[in-house]
Design a protein around this ligand. Structure first.
Ligand code: ZEM
Length: 299
């Protein structure tokens, strides 16, 4: 078919560096009537978080740079089960904007989805590369285990460089999406409207009576409550409940339950920090990690 150029055929070709065009393409794919609660948004947020949440301050390994989840060593970590859906949702966007790196695309898709679902604007900067340094591959087991308690949560997030207040703020992402027994062993959603970002998760943590429940498909232990308005069953993970039983965490849960604007502000700052873990920049904001010289997009 002569005469059909790429941009006409794809409809949305873009110039290298046009991140606004990428954001638009991400927004266009969010509506997915046949998937979960009708949106790709929550799983995109989880992809961004898991791509970055492997970071270890001490050894400077892990983090979003490199998009290592494309490969079995990281992508096949049981903690990342289900995130292949998020990566598949983004493949057409990568085809429309082939100049963007996967590591920039995954993080940008996460912050775009948060905003599109009614959450705060999260500042985001480009420049990540897709070069994977095998000597810096994060070992499996760095992401949090939902069956554990406050000490484990602190160990994992302190390793990334976060403090207690940031931990609770970030946990507010469980306003979004759901658990799938086939992915994690846990089942159900935290809030009624899991595609709308709010502080409802914190309010439910405090207002509901959460009772232990075993998930029939997996034997996993989680917490359940019936929403008084919709009479739907909602869930909490053991790690979610730990935020209310640990006195220091509980302080922030109460704060965010009472003040949505404060939650949005803190979440936005903490999520931006998460997306930047392991990325070093010069005064102009250009990424200076040595890996960068070995490939990937440079603005
Ligand atoms: Zn989650 N998360 N998470 N999380 N998470 C799940 C789903 C989602 C933990 C966890 O084990 C799980 C953060 C922190 C922690 C999201 C965002 C963020 C699921 C369900 C589990 C088991 C997966 C499944 O079955 O498909 C634990 C233990 C955490 C800390 C202690 C942080 C921080 C997040 C972002 C800032 C999101 C959006 C989902 C929903 C995904 C979806 O597919 O709907």
């Amino acid at each position: 078919m002569s005469g059909v150029n790429q941009s006409q055929a794809g409809g949305q070709g873009s110039k290298p560096g046009d991140f606004e065009a990428v954001r638009k393409s991400v927004i266009d794919l969010l509506k997915q009537p046949d998937y979960d609660d009708g949106s790709a948004g929550p799983v995109l947020v989880r992809l961004a978080w898991h791509s970055a949440g492997t970071y270890d301050v001490e050894t400077d390994t892990g983090g979003s740079n490199g998009a290592g989840m494309r490969y079995e060593a990281e992508g096949g970590d049981p903690a990342n089960a289900g995130l292949q859906n998020a990566r598949l949702f983004l493949e057409p966007v990568k085809r429309q904007h082939p100049w963007i790196t996967y590591s920039d695309l995954w993080t940008l898709a996460g912050v775009t989805a948060i905003r599109a679902m009614g959450g705060p604007e999260v500042s985001w900067r480009p420049g990540r590369t897709d070069y994977v340094d095998d000597s810096k591959l994060p070992p499996r087991g760095r992401l949090p285990d939902a069956a554990q308690g406050a000490a484990h949560i602190r160990a994992v997030f302190y390793r990334m460089g976060f403090g207690d207040r940031e931990i609770v703020a970030l946990s507010g992402a469980h306003n979004l999406g759901r658990c799938h027994a086939g992915n994690s062993g846990f089942e159900g959603k935290w809030v009624n409207n899991p595609t709308r970002f709010s502080n409802q998760y914190f309010r439910l943590l405090l207002s509901e009576e959460w009772t232990e429940k075993t998930v029939p498909e997996s034997g996993a232990l989680q917490f359940a409550s019936v929403d008084p308005v919709t009479e739907e069953e909602l869930m909490m993970l053991p790690t979610d409940i730990a935020l209310t039983t640990d006195p220091e965490f509980a302080k922030y849960v109460r704060m965010y339950a009472e003040d949505k604007a404060l939650f949005f502000e803190d979440f936005s700052r903490a999520f931006a920090k998460l997306m930047e873990l392991g990325i070093r920049r010069d005064a102009e904001g250009r990424v200076t990690n040595t890996d960068n010289e070995k490939g990937g997009y440079r603005s």
